[in-house]
Ligand binder design. Structure first.
Ligand code: NAG
Ligand code: NAG
Ligand code: NAG
Length: 417
């Protein structure tokens, strides 16, 4: 029998080709980046480094047509909103919370911090940070699996019989204010106020909360206590999870302006600076530089398109969202691969057209007149206060990769960092 070496090589080549195709199909599909009009990268759409075959394959029809989003419709999407205080994260949280099929939690890491490092709210101490991050990742992993009992070990006082009335911002979570978790409101009460929920619902039964979580198709969690996206890599890569990160950024001037109004004591010296034009000698600059540093490192990680974040990262600027809430929200839902439901749309209409009356009921009330709000810092805050502070950061931190230079109008915050 003639089994020539040519035949053997041909056979080997053919099998390599088949394997290659198979591997490529497997690896490219789940990580595919949805070719949105570039919400995920601050208007740098043209600069992506996707190989042409992926972009071509996705076509122009949006991602809904593509089978990999519906391969297993029963798989939960684990949505993570990564933000910082006063960056508009409550607003984004609500955009997810209003969806019928989303179980939403508002900053569960609050409990981790108050338990592990009670005195420090902005700890940059490396050891504290490591402890906090490790615990945070474990907790998030459990919560995405709807294991709410895991949270109990961080709640003070420790819940007895799996009930507590100390869950942070329980009222911000629709599912925790509805039947069967809470009997105070019927199905007709669509928009339960956070305060009403806390007042009228009995203690939270964690068993019922766990069941409510399991009933929902998706889980969304908003956090403001993880500095940057790189800290979440282990979670994003965890094969048991199906994480989709939405990172929210806002012009640091807007953040500072909002914090000065909201946390009046902590930001007292900044208020003095604003009023007098002179910087108090004992002002803690890190209250702002931390924001600039975290944004800078997080956004450069996100925009350098590391393989582990492919298709799992979207960068949203608060300013864009405030100007164009409906459009931006639609883009967010497209990226998540979920249809946007009517509840979400109604909520947007009800909450972004209001008058600009100062009716913020509490510190974390969401935006009333969103566009005006996004811009209001211009009136209130001296440009110099932030530029001088954030400029110092950008001179120290060199972004990795040859970052494409964004046009200054596309990314206002980069122009001052
Ligand atoms: C989808 O995934 C779930 C859980 O992993 C599994 O039980 C179910 O059988 C899968 N469904 C299909 C259609 O593959
Ligand atoms: C917890 O449940 C047990 C048994 O049902 C009961 O005896 C006990 O009083 C409950 N504890 C509290 C604090 O409610
Ligand atoms: C919490 O809900 C579960 C499930 O309905 C129930 O079995 C349990 O008794 C409830 N716990 C309390 C303390 O009411």
């Amino acid at each position: 029998m003639q089994c020539s070496w040519k035949a053997v090589i041909l056979l080997a080549l053919a099998s390599i080709a088949i394997q290659y195709t198979a591997i490529r199909t497997l690896t490219s599909k789940p990580f595919q980046l949805c070719p949105l009009p570039s919400p995920q990268n601050c208007g740098l759409g043209g600069q992506e480094t996707e190989p042409p075959f992926e972009r071509g394959a996705a076509g122009g029809g949006g991602c809904d047509d593509y089978p990999y989003f519906s391969i297993n419709a029963t798989r939960k999407t684990h949505i993570l909103v990564l933000a910082t205080t006063r960056s508009g994260s409550s607003f984004v949280g609500q955009l997810l919370n209003q969806h019928q099929e989303v179980f939403y939690l508002f900053e569960p890491l609050y409990h981790v911090q108050t338990t592990l490092i009670p005195r420090l709210s902005h700890s940059r101490n490396a050891a504290d940070r490591r402890v906090m991050l490790g615990a945070s990742r474990d907790l998030l992993r459990s919560l995405y699996g709807c294991d709410l009992y895991f949270l109990e070990s961080y709640i003070k006082p420790t819940p007895t019989n799996h009930t507590t009335d100390k869950l942070f911002r329980r009222g911000a979570s629709r599912a925790l204010c509805q039947q069967p978790v809470c009997d105070a409101f019927g199905p007709a009460d669509v928009n339960v106020e956070e305060g009403d929920c806390v007042k009228k619902c009995a203690s939270l039964n964690m068993t019922l909360a766990t069941e409510a979580c399991r009933e929902k198709r998706h889980v969304a969690i908003k956090i403001v206590r993880v500095p940057e996206i790189g800290d979440l890599r282990a979670l994003v890569e965890d094969p048991r999870l199906n994480i989709k990160v939405i990172q929210l950024v806002r012009d640091p001037r807007g953040i500072l302006s909002s914090r000065i109004e909201t946390f009046r004591d902590t930001y007292r010296l900044w208020r003095i600076w604003r009023a007098t034009g002179r910087r108090p000698y004992n002002l803690d600059l890190s209250q702002l530089t931390v924001v600039c540093e975290d944004f800078l490192s997080s956004v450069s990680t996100g925009l350098s398109h590391p393989y582990w974040l492919k298709g799992k990262y979207m960068l949203v600027r608060y300013e864009d969202l405030a100007k164009n809430p409906l459009l931006k929200t639609k883009e967010m839902y497209d990226y998540l691969g979920l249809p946007m439901d009517k509840n979400v749309e109604d909520w947007i209409h009800a909450n972004t057209r209001g008058s600009n009356e100062p009716s913020a009921k509490h510190k974390f009330g969401t935006v009333r007149d969103s566009a005006a709000n996004a811009e209001s810092w211009r009136l209130k805050l001296s440009y110099d206060m932030v530029t001088s502070v954030c400029l110092a950061v950008s001179n120290r931190v060199v972004p990795p990769n040859p970052t494409p230079t964004p046009s200054s109008s596309a990314c206002p915050f980069t122009s001052i960092m």
